[in-house]
Design a binder for this molecule. Structure first.
Ligand SMILES: NC(=O)c1ccc[n+]([C@@H]2O[C@H](COP(=O)([O-])OP(=O)(O)OC[C@H]3O[C@@H](n4cnc5c(N)ncnc54)[C@H](OP(=O)(O)O)[C@@H]3O)[C@@H](O)[C@H]2O)c1
Length: 248
């Protein structure tokens, strides 16, 4: 088995890389920071004797994707992503575009490229995309993040249904807060978050099923259920209050 993992240099992606290596999956790791990837590659090869390549790429630039789409893999894990807590109108159009490219357009391009290859070769394959609770409901103060993750969840569910008969499985995993540097070092210290190790284990647990999506973590599943039954204006009010407080 050979997997391409985006966002491998830190947080959840890094832990996914360790878990896959423990299971003797050969890896192609990508992120922007080449020196961090290099250290990780050396550690994984030494500790688990797997075949591990690294490719430095900026997935907010569509031009960097061609270095990845020609690879030969059985599993794609779209983990790279970026978020920011801020007023939507304070974010520049350029930053909005970069986030949309990284969180939605790039994973779509990779997903399509590998599915087309697998279909042509009559090969089975699997794509797992790391989404977020923010994909399930609009998040004021994380408007573009929430919109980009919702778009990715929707795309993933639709494509999975279209490919049902092909043996190709497309899955999305929605996570609540995880203790990483994702929203800055201060947020990483907050309590009540999943550890990146637990998040990685939960993400990979979906490999044992064909479920098109899963919400992981007791707190996240409770919130997911709650926000589904609450009137939208109340959900929006509660999320806006929570994120506005985090922002300040
Ligand atoms: N932490 C949370 O609370 C949480 C909750 C739900 C979902 N998620 C999702 O989980 C995923 C991983 O996040 P994390 O918490 O592990 O955060 P993280 O520690 O900040 O990791 C983000 C990863 O994405 C890579 N990345 C960022 N910008 C990139 C770019 N322009 N091009 C290529 N790679 C890029 C980073 O590598 P480089 O900097 O080296 O490029 C890093 O490897 C994200 O998709 C996020 O939306 C996180």
């Amino acid at each position: 088995m050979r997997a391409l993992l985006t966002g491998a240099s830190s947080g959840i992606g890094r832990e996914v890389a360790y878990l896959l290596s423990e299971n003797k999956v050969d890896l192609i790791l990508t992120a922007r920071r080449q020196s961090v990837l290099l250290q990780l590659q050396q550690d994984l090869i030494q500790s688990y004797q797997i075949d591990c390549q690294i490719i430095a790429a900026d997935l907010s630039q569509s031009s960097d994707l061609s270095a990845l789409t020609d690879l030969d893999i059985d599993l794609l894990i779209n983990c790279a992503g970026r978020g920011e807590i801020a007023e939507a109108l304070s974010i520049s159009a350029y930053d909005d575009e970069q986030m949309l490219q990284l969180n939605f357009l790039s994973p779509v391009t990779l997903t399509k490229a590998f599915c087309q290859k697998w279909l042509a070769a009559e090969q089975k394959g699997r794509v797992i995309t790391v989404c977020s609770l923010a994909a399930r409901f609009p998040h004021p103060y994380m408007a573009m993040y929430s919109a980009s993750k919702a778009a990715m969840l929707s795309y993933s569910l639709s494509l999975n249904q279209e490919l049902k008969k092909s043996g190709i499985i497309i899955q999305a995993v929605c996570l609540g807060p995880v203790a990483t540097a994702f929203l800055g070092p201060k947020q990483a210290e907050k309590r009540g978050q999943l550890s990146p190790q637990t998040a990685a284990r939960k993400i990979l647990s979906i490999c044992s099923s064909r479920r098109p999506f899963a919400v992981f973590g007791l707190g996240s599943r409770t919130l997911d259920g709650l926000f589904k039954i609450l009137p939208t204006r109340i959900s929006l009010f509660l999320i806006a209050n929570f994120l506005d407080r985090l922002r300040s």
